[in-house]
Design a protein around this ligand. Structure first.
Ligand code: GLY
Length: 308
């Protein structure tokens, strides 16, 4: 089967000065991981490796570069899901971790549970020898300055529909040569979130979903709304009755009309067709096209060959 990889770097009103870094970051993840998929890398490894690259890139709200919460700390959420078995691993509200998606995978593979949070997750990870990083590894000047700007602002909210509040969550969806699907999503959540707040990203069906029989997806945007409509699972269900493009459009329509939500998604059907849609002004994403190579887009209207 022709493998497929699609990644995203958040859906929001990405300002022009940040667009090049978003495009470059997404394109690099695809450029580095897609050749490995072609050589036979399993989809589960491909989504983990692609998200690891995005977590290291300070452009995005995941791993390094994550938003600070109301206490001025970084708390991270992530999920990884295997479309062969419907097994998933997830972490939420964890600190001092550069690669939460790999932490999620360790939980999936080394515990009898699916989902660990906070201190309990960290205790398990450190006992396994998972790397603990100092907070400075994740902190960027940009996010510290943004936190200082919004920390006392009584009008700041992430709840205002279509407000350009940043949402730089990252995600990846892959189909491998064996026809297996996988999905992964990783995030620092929303700016100035309450400590302990968990968004859609680590929740199966909301932030990601992967099922060889129905499709795989990763979502980004305003988590409180995305989790209400299980956006990733919803688009995969719609693949049964709609073309991929219409399914993606309809899933976002459901997000919009049912819960006044805003966000975006990337997805792959079990037959190996990709789909994406968003109702934010922008969404950064990239994929590998068999004839055109790496394509990157900053919105659904402008998908261009990426050579930068
Ligand atoms: N979509 C990321 C979040 O709301 O946490």
């Amino acid at each position: 089967m022709q493998p497929l990889l699609i990644v995203h770097g958040g859906a929001w009103n990405i300002p022009p000065k940040l667009q090049a870094a978003h495009l470059r970051g997404c394109a690099q993840a695809v450029r580095r991981v897609y050749p490995l998929l072609q050589e036979g890398l399993p989809a589960l490894d491909a989504v983990e490796q692609a998200v690891n690259i995005l977590e290291e890139d300070p452009t995005f709200d995941a791993g390094r570069g994550a938003f600070l919460n109301a206490r001025g700390e970084i708390e991270l959420d992530a999920i990884i899901m295997d479309g062969r078995t419907l097994q998933f691993g997830a972490v939420a509200a964890v600190q001092n971790i550069l690669h939460p998606v790999s932490a999620a995978r360790l939980i999936m593979e080394k515990t009898e549970h699916c989902f660990l949070v906070g201190k309990g997750a960290q205790e398990f990870l450190w006992a396994q020898g998972f790397p603990e990083v100092p907070p400075e590894t994740l902190l960027t000047e940009r996010e510290l300055a943004f936190y200082r700007q919004i920390r006392e602002d009584p009008h700041f909210t992430t709840r205002r529909p279509f407000d350009p509040s940043p949402q730089d969550t990252v995600g990846a969806v892959a189909l491998d040569r064996e026809g297996n699907l996988a999905a992964a999503t990783s995030t620092g959540g929303t700016p100035r979130k309450m400590p302990g707040r968990v968004g859609d990203s680590p929740l199966p069906g909301a932030g990601a979903w992967a099922d060889n029989q129905h499709g795989a997806a990763s979502a980004t945007g305003w988590g409180e709304a995305i989790m209400q409509v299980l956006l990733s699972r919803t688009v995969c269900d719609l693949f049964a009755t709609q073309t991929p493009r219409k399914a993606a459009r309809q899933a976002i329509e459901i997000l919009h009309t049912r819960v006044n939500g805003r966000g975006g998604l990337i997805a792959i059907t079990p037959d190996g067709e990709y789909a994406f849609h968003h109702n934010t002004r922008k969404m950064a994403f990239a994929l590998y096209h068999p004839e055109k190579g790496v394509l990157a887009g900053i919105d659904q209207e402008h998908l261009t060959r990426f050579s930068g």
